[in-house]
Design a protein around this ligand. Structure first.
Ligand code: MG
Length: 351
């Protein structure tokens, strides 16, 4: 979870926003004043000592005091003990993560502060979208899963039936927004700089700027990253995780948060299955292990397989969004179930 590092704070640029330095396509750079002191959130000049928990193959857990005089992540030495493996587990404390120089309590506090603010802004986005009958989808995946191609084909296929408006998130460039705009659809690029995810504030500003009409479909392509975007609600109706068969079929188990929080997994590039070592059944079983309710659609955005099912899913969502009362109750119930799961997860970590 990137709330531990505060990456990319105040680095965001939204197209035409003119908040920060700009690098243009021709390489020229110019900047606008802003009140940021610098790119680093904080520093510590003192050493820390705390215990790290270890989980052994037989399920037993114990901890060792650990001196943090040196850089983290360089390995921990425990000479007095025979471990059955050399794995390092940084996700066992209450924060579920690790940041050099920060205690678990401090990290939990930072995460609660950031996510609390984000959730409030996401709720405002959701209210605005629901009131206007706009169906919003947050597409998440690793880089290279084919999200943008999938969106291009989706926008083209829905032309004349639904107005699709797109928000693109990438660290730099407007390449993806340009690809969407080439189809005739409206798109806005958000550049996150050093940031590795979109947040609700960025998306709220982009919605203001794009002003999607009532009843539109809003597709948000998140920054390619299977970790941090899982933690940030943008106000969408659904997260949809895209996994291509050129990646590992064990991704759902390696990055469970993302699959747990997604309503739908699109298994993309299935036309390449004869050429790659990817076990579809194993992948689907893994996804259902972390999220029993996840729906799966196998697609090839370039060759067209499965696209009708995906388009049907969007059209059903769009229709539901246009009957605001039913949809808002459904969305609230879904959100409540998600929050209850998060609370249960946090509780289990704190005990
Ligand atoms: Mg893309």
């Amino acid at each position: 979870m990137c709330t531990t590092c505060g990456c990319g704070q105040n680095e965001t640029r939204i197209e035409d926003a003119h908040d920060h330095a700009h690098v243009h396509a021709d390489g020229t750079v110019h900047s606008h004043p802003h009140d940021q002191a610098g790119e680093h959130g904080h520093s510590h000049d003192h050493d820390h000592a705390h215990a790290h928990e270890h989980r052994h193959a037989d399920g037993t857990v114990h901890s060792h005091p650990h001196d943090h005089a040196d850089e983290h992540g360089r390995g921990h030495e425990h000479g007095h003990h025979d471990h059955r493996h050399q794995d390092l587990h940084y996700g066992l404390g209450p924060a579920g993560a690790h940041a050099p120089g920060a205690s678990q309590a401090r990290m939990v506090q930072i995460e609660q502060d950031i996510l609390g603010k984000n959730d409030a802004l996401a709720a405002a986005n959701r209210k605005r979208l629901v009131e206007r009958g706009i169906f919003a989808v947050n597409l998440v995946s690793s880089p290279g899963s084919g999200k943008t191609m999938l969106l291009v084909k989706t926008v083209e296929a829905l032309k004349g039936r639904h107005e699709v408006v797109v928000i693109e998130g990438d660290q730099e460039t407007s390449y993806d927004a340009d690809r969407i705009r080439a189809t005739g659809a409206r798109a806005l690029q958000i550049n996150t700089g050093k940031g590795c995810h979109l947040d609700a504030e960025m998306v709220g500003k982009a919605i203001e700027r794009l002003a999607p009409p009532a009843g539109a479909v809003l597709m948000i392509e998140n920054v390619g990253n299977l970790v941090c975007p899982a933690g940030f609600d943008l106000g969408e109706a659904h997260k949809v995780v895209v996994l291509s068969v050129t990646e590992g079929d064990d991704k759902p188990l390696k990055y469970p948060d993302m699959f747990r929080r997604s309503s739908l997994m699109l298994l993309n590039k299935i036309d390449l299955l004869p050429h790659v070592d990817f076990d579809v059944a194993k992948c689907v079983a893994s996804a259902r292990r972390v999220n029993p309710g996840i729906r799966v659609i196998e697609v090839s955005a370039t060759k067209g397989q499965g696209m009708d099912e995906w388009l049907g899913w969007i059209e059903q969502g769009a229709e539901g969004a246009r009957t605001p009362r039913d949809e808002s109750i459904g969305a609230l119930k879904a959100r409540l179930a998600g929050l209850e799961a998060q609370v249960a997860e946090l509780r289990s970590k704190l005990t």
